[in-house]
Every structure is written in C-alpha cells, then in structure tokens.
Design a protein around this ligand. Sequence first.
Ligand SMILES: [Zn+2]
Length: 284
Amino acid sequence: MISRFERQLPLFGAAGQRMLRQAHVAIVGLGGIGSHVNQQLSYLGVGQLTLLDGDVVEDTNLNRLIGGTQTDVLAATPKVFVAERLTKSIDPDIKVTAHQGSAATTEAVALLANTTFVIGCLDHDGPRLALLTICTALRKPYLDVATDISPKDSVYGGRVIFGGGGSGCLYCLNQLDQGEVRRWMSTDEAIASEDRLYGRRAAGPSPSVVSLNGVLASVACMEFMAETTGLRPARRWLEYDGQTGKLRVDTSSPAPNCPYCFGPQSDAVDSLARLLRLVPTRQQ
Ligand SMILES: [Zn+2]
C-alpha cells in the first residue's frame, strides 16, 4: 500500500492517507461527472465506495463516460457496473457496493446510511433536493457538483457546494430551480396535463462535455480530499467560469432560517419519510 501512495503522502501524510482509506463515500449519479469522481477517489485510495445510478450506457454517453466502451452500449451495461469495473481495475482492495436505481428509495437510503460522505453528481434539481433531504436526515456531509452549459448566453461552467455546519446548503443558497423540483415530484399524468395546458415541451438532454465535467469533478475531489485528510476544511461554494477560466470562492450569505441547515432533526426525518412515499419510483 505504501508504494502505491508514496507520491501523494508528502501532501497530506500517512495519517491523511489512513483517513482516505477509512472513508466510505457514496457517489450518487455515475454519469459524466460521477464517473470522473469515481476514478479520482479510486486513485486517491478511498477504502469503500457505494455507487448509485439507475441508467445504462447509451451511445450518446461515449463522449464523456469515464470507463464506458462501445461494448457497454451494445450490452446496455448499467453505469454503476462500469464504475465498479474501473475501480476494481485500479485497486481491487477497494470495497464497492453498486446499486442500480434511484437514491430516493428505502433500499438506497439504507445504503447511504452506512457511508461517511456523500457526493451528488446529478443532472436535475428534483433528485438534488431528494439527496439533500436524505443527507440532512442521516446527518451525512454532502458535496454537490453541477455543470451548466447555455450556448445562447455564452455560459459554460459549474459549481461545487459543500453543505453542513449551518453555513449554507443548496436550498438556502438558492441553487435549486423550484419549478424543476415540483415537476419531479409530480405524477406523469400531472406533468402531461401541465404540458398540454401551457404548451410546454419536455426539455431535451442537457449539454455535457468531458473536459468541463473533469474540471468540476476535480474541484469536488480536491474539496473532499482537503476535508477528509485534514489539509483544510472544504470550501462551502466554488464557482467555475469556463469563459474567463476563473475559479471563484463565493461568499454570498445564505437565506436565514433554512429548514435543512437549522431545522430540528425530527423535521428532517419526517421530510425523508414523506419523500420516500411521494417518489418511490422516480429515477435520477
Ligand atoms: Zn440551508
């Protein structure tokens, strides 16, 4: 084990390396960003990984899915198994639990309860709020990664938010699109009815580019590494602007009285129970 990690020990020491080995990290979402995170955590030497994602590999994933191959497209391999295969090829001693399905199920919550740290690499804000609710109820540190590409506004970048400690979270830092959350919580019939009424078309898949995903995944892994090894506390909010090439620490104040940051623990557990009843079959 020493020879495998000797080039990184000068940064955070043997004690830091032990902390990484003792960590049990959940990665929720093993697509463009999550597959990068999985690869880096495997190289860093994290001891246990729990991987959650409901999707299988499709040909449109091959521009960015780390470890994904043409053969996986033909076999419709679940993304969690691509990630597990990659991790085992890097370090067979890492213990991996691969779960094909949404995080918002009783079974997945039980898996998340066994972890020490959660990294969310999701595409949409509905599942993001669900994961925030789960992590609040389970008192798990939660690091959320997202990219944003809007060609008509010449915007491409992303952000990493580390919740916890009452310093702000996705909810009180206003990082969730409430309309998107509401649609995710709605039944298919209600969504179809709303679309007919307002003439709304279902949004197509979001743009996604491997190099941008890699930047944000690396930022997230840096914050995880710094927090876990004791190098320094993770930053609350880091914002990357691809146009200027700048990475900025955002110090905006969170909205007061956040139910996730300051609500009683019993409220968080009640919210989780409601969530599991509301969205038992929703996918990520
Ligand atoms: Zn909050």
